[in-house]
Design a protein around this ligand. Structure first.
Ligand SMILES: CCCCCCC[C@H](O)CC(=O)SCCNC(=O)CCNC(=O)[C@H](O)C(C)(C)COP(=O)([O-])OP(=O)([O-])OC[C@H]1O[C@@H](n2cnc3c(N)ncnc32)[C@H](O)[C@@H]1OP(=O)([O-])[O-]
Ligand SMILES: NC(=O)c1ccc[n+]([C@@H]2O[C@H](COP(=O)([O-])OP(=O)(O)OC[C@H]3O[C@@H](n4cnc5c(N)ncnc54)[C@H](O)[C@@H]3O)[C@@H](O)[C@H]2O)c1
Length: 310
């Protein structure tokens, strides 16, 4: 078991940094959207979590409940009653919905965390731009797409930016706040304040591929896969090397399995298309093979490693 010390902050609304954002609509109730909904509700905000799938919403509510209990256990270890109240109050602030347009009508901030597909994101934001109040800020949690490109379909380009969270959202302390070329200073400031209000340390990023973290992380993971593919070291040894030699909580191949090999491939393919001469972004035959075989990592039970299905 890897060791990872979680720093628990006090998220009660009285002590958390106040934000101008009171009503948050999170679109996409998967891995990331459920985490974003959780940290917003913990910070005292009213959240509407939207997904096209009722099953995804039910799964999201269940995992949010479990993860809130983990937080409460640490935060209120001497006062379980308060802990229970924290969990129930936070859950009580989260409504679920399947109609994104309707759910955006009362939002101060819309955070999009749906599939990493520019066409699908465009369709969503175009629809929301027509119905959300004029003050509403739109943000995307995209891992690898350009904020300017996503924002190109809306009229409110000054009120559009990137809010890039990290997986698992309740644990990872960083938030990348991405300024598009037309993001206004007021929108940027509000996004920074909101990020702090949900307990994150915010950094400012330009709209460059991968922002900061993924611009460094993607080549690192790709080089680890290539090293393994060449037979220079075993998967286990590569992961041990980076955990014990560089202090990372997970090795690069474990992390690739955790994020999903399909996601790894999707990011790499997109960047290769954009920057065909960049050696680091060239396709990796082993990654292609694993994805073609449906070995996508933890979520399918096999990637570089095998996992017990839960
Ligand atoms: C081509 C490349 C592609 C790149 C793709 C990029 C994708 C994306 O854009 C960017 C990313 O996100 S990049 C990805 C960035 N992410 C990384 O790089 C992640 C790197 N990995 C890690 O940081 C650690 O391995 C984990 C924290 C994941 C698990 O830690 P562990 O020690 O192996 O396992 P543990 O003992 O179970 O848990 C430890 C503690 O965490 C707590 N907890 C866990 N989940 C929780 C939840 N959902 N809620 C609340 N709490 C949760 C748990 O209760 C425990 O607390 P305690 O107080 O200690 O009892
Ligand atoms: N997985 C990660 O580690 C990670 C980290 C940071 C950022 N991201 C980014 O966050 C976004 C979401 O990733 P994820 O891993 O949570 O994906 P996911 O597949 O777990 O969840 C996506 C959810 O969006 C829903 N959805 C799809 N289209 C929709 C629509 N039009 N309206 C409403 N809901 C819709 C799906 O039903 C699904 O539940 C992507 O842009 C991804 O690049 C992912």
């Amino acid at each position: 078991m890897m060791q990872f010390k979680v720093i628990v902050r006090n998220f009660s609304s009285s002590s958390a940094m106040q934000s101008a954002i009171k009503n948050v609509t999170v679109i996409g109730g998967g891995l990331m959207g459920s985490g974003i909904a959780q940290v917003s509700a913990q910070a005292g905000q009213n959240v509407t979590l939207v997904d096209v799938s009722n099953d995804a919403l039910a799964k999201a509510k269940k995992s949010i409940g479990t993860n809130l209990s983990r937080v409460a256990k640490k935060m209120y270890k001497d006062n379980p009653q308060e802990g229970e109240k924290f969990v129930n109050d936070s859950l009580g602030r989260i409504n679920t919905a399947t109609d994104a347009a309707e759910a955006s009508k009362s939002a101060d901030l819309v955070v999009e965390a749906i599939v990493e597909n520019i066409g699908v994101k465009h369709k969503l934001f175009k629809q929301l731009d027509g119905v959300a109040p004029s003050h509403t800020i739109f943000a995307s949690n995209t891992s690898s797409l350009s904020i300017n490109e996503i924002a190109s379909v809306v009229k409110r380009k000054d009120k559009f930016g990137g809010l890039h969270f990290f997986n698992p959202v309740p644990v990872m302390r960083l938030l990348e706040v991405v300024k598009g070329s037309e993001t206004s200073e007021a929108t940027y400031k509000t996004m920074m304040e909101w990020g702090k209000s949900v307990g994150k340390t915010c950094i400012t990023c330009k709209d460059t591929p991968g922002f900061v973290v993924n611009r460094l992380l993607v080549p690192y993971i790709c080089e680890a896969i290539r090293l393994y593919e060449r037979g220079d070291a075993s998967a286990r040894d590569i992961d041990i090397a980076m955990k014990l030699g560089a202090g990372y909580p997970m090795g690069p191949l474990e992390l690739a399995d955790y994020v999903g090999l399909d996601t790894n491939k999707f990011i790499l393919d997109g960047w290769h298309k954009k920057f065909p001469d960049q050696q680091l972004f060239k396709p990796i035959p082993l990654l292609e093979k694993l994805v073609a075989e449906g070995k996508l990592g933890v979520k399918t039970g096999e990637g570089f490693y095998k996992y017990e299905k839960k």
